[in-house]
Ligand binder design. Structure first.
Ligand code: DER
Length: 225
Protein backbone atom coordinates (compact mmCIF):
# COMPACT_ATOMS: atom_id res chain seq x y z
CA UNK A 1 0.00 0.00 0.00
CA UNK A 2 1.12 3.54 -0.71
CA UNK A 3 1.79 4.50 2.89
CA UNK A 4 4.47 1.81 3.23
CA UNK A 5 6.17 2.98 0.01
CA UNK A 6 5.93 6.60 1.14
CA UNK A 7 7.20 5.89 4.67
CA UNK A 8 10.09 3.85 3.27
CA UNK A 9 10.98 6.64 0.80
CA UNK A 10 10.92 9.28 3.56
CA UNK A 11 12.99 7.08 5.88
CA UNK A 12 15.63 6.45 3.23
CA UNK A 13 15.87 10.15 2.37
CA UNK A 14 16.47 11.03 6.03
CA UNK A 15 19.45 8.66 6.22
CA UNK A 16 21.21 10.79 3.59
CA UNK A 17 21.53 13.54 6.24
CA UNK A 18 23.65 11.29 8.49
CA UNK A 19 27.43 11.64 8.18
CA UNK A 20 30.09 9.46 9.83
CA UNK A 21 30.86 10.32 13.42
CA UNK A 22 27.35 11.53 14.22
CA UNK A 23 25.34 10.73 17.32
CA UNK A 24 21.82 10.22 15.99
CA UNK A 25 18.55 10.29 17.94
CA UNK A 26 16.48 7.34 16.75
CA UNK A 27 12.75 8.04 16.97
CA UNK A 28 9.91 5.56 17.30
CA UNK A 29 7.20 4.24 15.02
CA UNK A 30 6.85 2.39 11.73
CA UNK A 31 8.38 5.14 9.56
CA UNK A 32 11.46 5.22 11.77
CA UNK A 33 11.61 1.41 11.57
CA UNK A 34 11.96 1.73 7.78
CA UNK A 35 14.64 4.39 8.30
CA UNK A 36 16.54 1.99 10.58
CA UNK A 37 16.56 -0.64 7.80
CA UNK A 38 18.28 1.85 5.50
CA UNK A 39 20.64 3.10 8.22
CA UNK A 40 21.69 -0.49 8.98
CA UNK A 41 22.67 -0.93 5.31
CA UNK A 42 24.86 2.20 5.49
CA UNK A 43 26.43 0.99 8.77
CA UNK A 44 27.32 -2.29 7.06
CA UNK A 45 28.93 -0.22 4.28
CA UNK A 46 31.09 1.52 6.89
CA UNK A 47 29.05 4.52 8.12
CA UNK A 48 30.18 5.33 11.68
CA UNK A 49 27.24 6.36 13.90
CA UNK A 50 26.03 5.91 17.44
CA UNK A 51 22.30 5.83 17.98
CA UNK A 52 20.29 7.14 20.95
CA UNK A 53 16.97 5.24 20.94
CA UNK A 54 13.72 6.91 22.05
CA UNK A 55 12.00 3.68 23.09
CA UNK A 56 12.78 0.15 24.21
CA UNK A 57 11.22 -1.01 20.94
CA UNK A 58 13.57 1.14 18.83
CA UNK A 59 16.56 0.06 20.93
CA UNK A 60 15.72 -3.61 20.38
CA UNK A 61 15.30 -3.19 16.62
CA UNK A 62 18.44 -1.05 16.24
CA UNK A 63 20.52 -3.64 18.12
CA UNK A 64 19.00 -6.45 16.05
CA UNK A 65 19.98 -4.55 12.88
CA UNK A 66 23.57 -3.99 14.08
CA UNK A 67 23.27 -0.22 14.60
CA UNK A 68 25.61 0.86 17.46
CA UNK A 69 23.70 2.19 20.46
CA UNK A 70 25.05 4.61 23.08
CA UNK A 71 23.76 5.38 26.56
CA UNK A 72 22.13 8.83 26.41
CA UNK A 73 23.57 9.63 29.86
CA UNK A 74 27.11 9.36 28.51
CA UNK A 75 26.86 11.63 25.47
CA UNK A 76 27.20 15.39 25.41
CA UNK A 77 25.14 16.13 22.31
CA UNK A 78 22.85 14.59 19.72
CA UNK A 79 23.85 15.88 16.28
CA UNK A 80 20.65 14.88 14.53
CA UNK A 81 17.38 13.26 15.56
CA UNK A 82 15.10 11.50 13.08
CA UNK A 83 11.54 10.84 14.23
CA UNK A 84 8.01 10.26 12.98
CA UNK A 85 4.83 12.16 13.72
CA UNK A 86 1.08 11.72 13.73
CA UNK A 87 0.28 15.20 12.42
CA UNK A 88 2.43 18.04 10.98
CA UNK A 89 1.04 21.54 10.43
CA UNK A 90 2.43 24.23 8.08
CA UNK A 91 4.52 25.72 10.94
CA UNK A 92 6.05 22.28 11.57
CA UNK A 93 4.25 21.97 14.91
CA UNK A 94 3.61 18.27 15.54
CA UNK A 95 1.29 15.90 17.28
CA UNK A 96 3.27 12.85 18.36
CA UNK A 97 2.73 9.98 20.73
CA UNK A 98 0.62 7.59 18.68
CA UNK A 99 3.17 4.93 19.51
CA UNK A 100 3.34 5.86 23.19
CA UNK A 101 6.98 6.98 23.20
CA UNK A 102 6.43 10.74 23.34
CA UNK A 103 8.33 11.44 26.59
CA UNK A 104 11.67 9.90 25.58
CA UNK A 105 11.15 11.20 22.02
CA UNK A 106 10.69 14.75 23.28
CA UNK A 107 13.76 14.52 25.56
CA UNK A 108 16.01 13.25 22.76
CA UNK A 109 14.49 15.45 20.05
CA UNK A 110 14.77 18.55 22.28
CA UNK A 111 18.48 17.82 22.81
CA UNK A 112 19.25 17.38 19.11
CA UNK A 113 21.00 20.07 17.09
CA UNK A 114 18.69 19.27 14.21
CA UNK A 115 15.35 17.39 14.11
CA UNK A 116 14.13 15.72 10.93
CA UNK A 117 10.55 14.46 10.83
CA UNK A 118 9.71 11.64 8.42
CA UNK A 119 6.13 11.01 7.43
CA UNK A 120 3.89 9.80 4.68
CA UNK A 121 1.99 12.74 3.22
CA UNK A 122 -1.30 11.80 4.94
CA UNK A 123 0.16 13.27 8.17
CA UNK A 124 0.26 16.81 6.71
CA UNK A 125 -2.68 18.85 8.09
CA UNK A 126 -3.67 22.53 7.83
CA UNK A 127 -4.27 22.62 11.59
CA UNK A 128 -3.44 20.15 14.41
CA UNK A 129 -6.11 18.36 16.37
CA UNK A 130 -7.90 15.75 14.27
CA UNK A 131 -5.51 13.16 15.70
CA UNK A 132 -6.32 12.69 19.42
CA UNK A 133 -3.57 14.35 21.44
CA UNK A 134 -1.61 11.84 23.56
CA UNK A 135 -0.76 13.11 27.06
CA UNK A 136 1.48 11.11 29.40
CA UNK A 137 0.33 11.27 33.02
CA UNK A 138 1.23 9.80 36.42
CA UNK A 139 -0.85 6.65 37.06
CA UNK A 140 -1.60 7.65 40.66
CA UNK A 141 -4.88 9.60 40.74
CA UNK A 142 -5.16 9.45 36.95
CA UNK A 143 -8.94 10.02 37.08
CA UNK A 144 -8.40 13.41 38.75
CA UNK A 145 -5.83 14.36 36.13
CA UNK A 146 -8.28 13.30 33.40
CA UNK A 147 -10.96 15.53 34.99
CA UNK A 148 -8.58 18.49 34.98
CA UNK A 149 -7.88 17.92 31.28
CA UNK A 150 -11.61 17.45 30.55
CA UNK A 151 -12.13 21.03 31.78
CA UNK A 152 -10.54 22.05 28.46
CA UNK A 153 -13.64 20.72 26.72
CA UNK A 154 -12.32 17.31 25.72
CA UNK A 155 -13.08 13.71 26.71
CA UNK A 156 -9.74 12.09 27.66
CA UNK A 157 -9.58 8.35 26.97
CA UNK A 158 -7.21 6.11 28.98
CA UNK A 159 -5.08 4.20 26.45
CA UNK A 160 -5.52 0.45 26.80
CA UNK A 161 -3.89 -2.60 25.25
CA UNK A 162 -7.12 -4.57 25.76
CA UNK A 163 -10.32 -4.45 27.85
CA UNK A 164 -8.37 -5.50 30.94
CA UNK A 165 -4.87 -4.13 30.23
CA UNK A 166 -4.01 -0.44 30.58
CA UNK A 167 -1.13 0.71 28.32
CA UNK A 168 1.98 1.52 30.40
CA UNK A 169 4.75 3.61 28.79
CA UNK A 170 8.49 2.81 28.90
CA UNK A 171 8.57 5.19 31.86
CA UNK A 172 5.83 3.34 33.78
CA UNK A 173 3.14 5.95 33.13
CA UNK A 174 -0.34 6.10 31.60
CA UNK A 175 -1.40 7.87 28.42
CA UNK A 176 -4.66 9.75 27.87
CA UNK A 177 -5.73 10.22 24.26
CA UNK A 178 -7.53 13.56 24.02
CA UNK A 179 -9.60 14.39 20.90
CA UNK A 180 -9.36 18.20 20.83
CA UNK A 181 -10.57 18.14 17.20
CA UNK A 182 -9.08 21.55 16.36
CA UNK A 183 -6.13 23.12 18.17
CA UNK A 184 -5.96 26.86 17.49
CA UNK A 185 -2.72 27.57 19.37
CA UNK A 186 -0.63 24.41 19.88
CA UNK A 187 2.06 26.07 21.98
CA UNK A 188 -0.35 27.75 24.37
CA UNK A 189 -2.43 24.57 24.76
CA UNK A 190 0.76 22.63 25.50
CA UNK A 191 1.80 25.13 28.17
CA UNK A 192 -1.62 25.07 29.84
CA UNK A 193 -1.78 21.27 29.86
CA UNK A 194 1.80 20.89 31.06
CA UNK A 195 1.01 22.88 34.21
CA UNK A 196 -1.75 20.54 35.34
CA UNK A 197 -0.95 18.40 38.39
CA UNK A 198 -0.26 14.83 37.21
CA UNK A 199 0.64 15.72 33.62
CA UNK A 200 4.15 14.63 32.64
CA UNK A 201 4.32 15.59 28.95
CA UNK A 202 2.07 16.28 25.99
CA UNK A 203 2.36 15.06 22.41
CA UNK A 204 2.50 18.67 21.16
CA UNK A 205 6.03 19.19 19.77
CA UNK A 206 6.01 22.89 18.92
CA UNK A 207 8.86 24.76 17.20
CA UNK A 208 11.11 21.70 17.32
CA UNK A 209 11.23 20.25 13.80
CA UNK A 210 13.75 21.72 11.36
CA UNK A 211 13.11 19.56 8.30
CA UNK A 212 10.04 17.55 7.28
CA UNK A 213 10.44 14.79 4.70
CA UNK A 214 7.10 13.64 3.34
CA UNK A 215 6.81 10.59 1.11
CA UNK A 216 4.23 10.94 -1.61
CA UNK A 217 3.66 8.58 -4.54
CA UNK A 218 7.04 7.01 -3.80
CA UNK A 219 8.83 10.36 -4.19
CA UNK A 220 9.89 12.56 -1.28
CA UNK A 221 9.11 16.19 -0.61
CA UNK A 222 11.74 17.89 1.60
CA UNK A 223 10.33 20.86 3.47
CA UNK A 224 12.45 23.27 5.51
CA UNK A 225 11.02 26.07 7.62
O1 DER B 1 4.52 7.90 18.54
C1 DER B 1 5.11 8.69 17.80
O2 DER B 1 5.30 9.90 18.04
C2 DER B 1 5.60 8.14 16.50
O3 DER B 1 6.54 8.96 15.93
C3 DER B 1 4.43 7.88 15.65
O4 DER B 1 3.41 8.73 15.93
C4 DER B 1 4.63 7.87 14.17
O5 DER B 1 4.15 6.66 13.80
P1 DER B 1 4.27 6.03 12.36
O6 DER B 1 5.62 6.42 11.82
O7 DER B 1 4.13 4.57 12.63
O8 DER B 1 3.15 6.62 11.57
Amino acid sequence: DYSVINKRAAGAAAVDYIVSGMTVGLGSGSTVDYMLDKLAEKVKEGLKVQGVPTSKKTEKLAKHLGIPIVDFATITKVDLAIDGADEVDPSFHLIKGGGGSLVREKIVDANAQQLIIIIDETKKVPQLGTYPLPIEIVPFGWQKTAEAIAAFGVEPKLRKLSEQDVFVSDNGNYILDCPFKLIEDPHSLHQQLKQLVGVIETGLFTSMADIVIAGEEGKVEKLTK
